[in-house]
Design a protein around this ligand. Structure first.
Ligand SMILES: NC(=O)c1ccc[n+]([C@@H]2O[C@H](COP(=O)([O-])OP(=O)(O)OC[C@H]3O[C@@H](n4cnc5c(N)ncnc54)[C@H](O)[C@@H]3O)[C@@H](O)[C@H]2O)c1
Length: 452
């Protein structure tokens, strides 16, 4: 039996017996649920993160992600088979290493692969024969092969021979109560058959279904295609909203009726723009790589700029409704107080990354308004990385007295917790970007509701 086969067989057996040790690099929105899932399926799991507070809180069993079951982390830690660490030496102990570090954009809106490269270098320092390394961060097609693999091979071990390498895109949807890490099918890709077999066998043990594809580049492209599809459709539906508004037709009613077609239509809903670390970012990765390969992506580019323009357009539409006739054209909202409900980028998550609400807030202030927010997930803005100037602002409690202080209340993110009936009773004017009052069957009397 040659070395290659013995490593491969040994790891296959350890996966089947659930005694392979798993390490997850990056314990964020993606890495932490993935690490917990590996643990829950019987694997000894170590999470590596650079953030000392996060590591300490996880090891204390604190609920660092609000949408996880309250005692899930504590139970995992108590089992003795789950821990977080800042010490990269733990990687040498692992049989399977999953990399889940951020892939943001640079200031010039190009892929920022520094976290992936740094994580790959860290893994390379501790790499030993027989390990399986899987990149899960959303990257451009070709990144695993051309960027990560050479870094891992720098000390002489060869992918597909001495160690195994693959890519599996994350499809985590924070806050989704129907689909979580465990029941979302997982696409897996590798550039050699031994790696593909291992990666498929591993994910089959922790998630409902593994979907093998023929290369890492294919698996990388799957993620970017999924998110670009959403980006383009969101841009389209926001355009349809504006067009149908102009005709006096309710876009939400149209979409719900269209969605009864059993084939060929998939509903997307208008909103205040796109946010999060994923949907706005992946199309930029795809467009960047396409340009590098000599291909144009005009539809994706248009969708991106169209989505980016939504918060500014909403601010102007609000100004048209609220500004007095003699308003200063540059600052038409001077003297107006507006309360934004929800500043997270989507419902029921404590995440403001690229949130359109934060852009809208600043656009409204540029137009002269005094703007406050209410968000149960953010009592205080302390870590708004993109907008340090907003740090220190505090969520306004949703009371009748407070609501009466504002000329308008705008629902930007439709968290479950707020008392929308109270808002319907008390707010002088309501801008609803999510159709939340209609969805909840709450009537707003006196023509005070504008579906923005
Ligand atoms: N958040 C989502 O909903 C989502 C969904 C699908 C895919 N993704 C993709 O998954 C990847 C991770 O996203 P996320 O939202 O979990 O990011 P995140 O910012 O929530 O978490 C990343 C974690 O990695 C840690 N980290 C960074 N560099 C490290 C290193 N070298 N070693 C160890 N730890 C390191 C950070 O401290 C942080 O805790 C990204 O590529 C993202 O595009 C995210």
């Amino acid at each position: 039996m040659n070395l290659e086969t013995s490593h491969h067989q040994a790891l296959r057996q350890r996966i089947a017996a659930r005694d392979a040790r798993v390490a997850v690099v990056g314990l964020g929105y993606v890495g932490l649920p993935l690490a917990l899932t590996a643990h829950d399926k019987g694997f000894d799991t170590t999470g590596l993160d650079l953030n000392p507070q996060r590591v300490a809180r996880i090891n204390q069993g604190a609920q660092v992600l609000s949408y996880l079951a309250p005692d899930r982390i504590a139970r995992a830690v108590d089992s003795g088979r789950f821990r977080a660490t800042q010490d990269a030496a733990a990687l040498a102990e692992a049989d399977i290493i999953l990399i889940c570090v951020p892939t943001p954009l640079t200031d010039s809106q190009d892929p920022d692969m520094r976290f992936v490269a740094a994580a790959a270098e860290t893994v390379a320092q501790h790499l030993r024969p027989g390990q399986l390394v899987v990149l899960e961060s959303s990257v451009w097609p070709g990144a695993t092969t051309t960027l990560v693999q050479p870094l891992l091979e720098a000390r002489g071990l060869r992918a597909g021979v001495d160690f195994f390498l693959g890519f599996s895109p994350e499809r985590e949807d924070p806050g989704n109560d129907k689909f979580d890490t465990q029941n979302i099918p997982k696409v897996v890709g590798a550039d050699d058959p031994l790696s593909l077999r291992l990666i498929e066998e591993f994910y089959r043990t922790i998630v409902t279904r593994a979907v093998p594809v023929s290369s890492t580049a294919t698996a990388e492209a799957v993620k970017l295609v999924e998110n670009s599809f959403r980006t383009v459709n969101i841009a389209l539906v926001n355009e349809l909203k504006t067009a149908l508004d102009a005709m006096g037709v309710d876009v939400w009613e149209v979409i719900d009726a269209a969605a009864t077609k059993p084939f060929g239509f998939m509903p997307f809903y208008p909103g205040p723009g796109i946010g999060g670390a994923c949907i706005p970012v992946s199309p930029a990765y795809l467009a960047w790589r396409a340009a590098d390969a000599g291909a144009d992506t005009p539809i994706i580019n248009l969708a991106r700029s169209s989505n980016d323009a939504v918060p500014g357009a909403l601010a102007r539409r609000m100004a048209e409704r609220l500004a007095p006739d003699d308003a200063d054209p540059d600052q038409p909202l001077t003297g107006q107080r507006i309360l934004l409900m929800g500043i997270a980028y989507k419902r029921d998550v404590e995440d403001t990354r690229r949130s359109p609400a934060l852009v809208l807030l600043q656009e409204l202030e540029k137009l002269g308004a005094r703007v406050d927010y209410h968000d149960p997930f953010f009592p205080r803005l302390s870590e708004v990385g993109e907008y340090p100037q907003l740090a220190g602002r505090e969520s306004v409690p949703l009371t009748a007295e407070n609501l009466n202080r504002y000329g308008a209340v705008a629902v930007i993110t439709d968290h479950s917790a707020p008392d929308y009936a109270l808002v319907a009773r008390e707010a002088a004017m309501i801008f609803d970007t999510r159709n939340v009052f209609a969805k909840k069957g709450i009537e707003v009397s006196g023509g005070r509701l504008v579906k923005l």
